[in-house]
Design a protein around this ligand. Structure first.
Ligand code: FES
Length: 159
């Protein structure tokens, strides 16, 4: 099982996929349901604080990271374009989040990678309705290419 599948499985459990459904949690909060116009209800308002993202399974079979900055929610694809690291688990400073694996940095308001400018993550529409945060369609596309130089401060020395 690849990292991508592990992430999807873990997020599904957290937001109320199969296991939570059996406990009744999904029916109570509405989290994990899809609206008729294609949004996925991901969390109640208040569940995401500034400085800490939430990660959720989207209805397009991707995992999205949702951020709060100055009262506005933002959502980007959670899968780092370097080696698939979980961007939403990274350190957040302002509107920048740093992938916990090798420190690629992304602007979560635009999806752009500041470490590798030719890489970017998809951004998604986000709205609040009936007290819940909802993530909708892709607003700006991301790049599909993976790999590139690390940003760990080390230099390769050839002998
Ligand atoms: S996987 Fe994100 S920086 Fe390497």
């Amino acid at each position: 099982m690849g990292l991508r599948d592990k992430l999807k499985g873990a997020v599904k459990k957290v937001i109320g996929g199969g296991d939570a459904k059996a406990s009744g949690a999904r029916a109570v909060v509405g989290v994990g349901k899809d609206t008729p116009d294609g949004y996925r209800v991901v969390a109640p308002v208040g569940a995401i604080k500034e400085g800490a993202a939430g990660t959720y399974a989207h209805n397009n079979n991707r995992v999205v990271a949702v951020f709060l900055k100055d009262g506005t929610y933002y959502a980007i694809d959670n899968e780092c374009r370097h080696e698939d690291g979980p961007v939403g688990e990274g350190e957040i400073k302002g509107c920048l989040v740093t992938c916990p694996y090798h420190d690629w940095e992304y602007d979560f308001t635009t999806g752009k990678c500041t470490t590798q400018p030719d890489s970017r993550l998809e951004t998604y529409a986000v709205r609040v309705q009936d007290g819940f945060i909802q993530v909708g369609p892709i607003l700006t596309p991301g790049t599909t290419m993976r790999g590139g130089a690390h940003n760990d401060g080390l230099k390769v020395i050839t002998l």
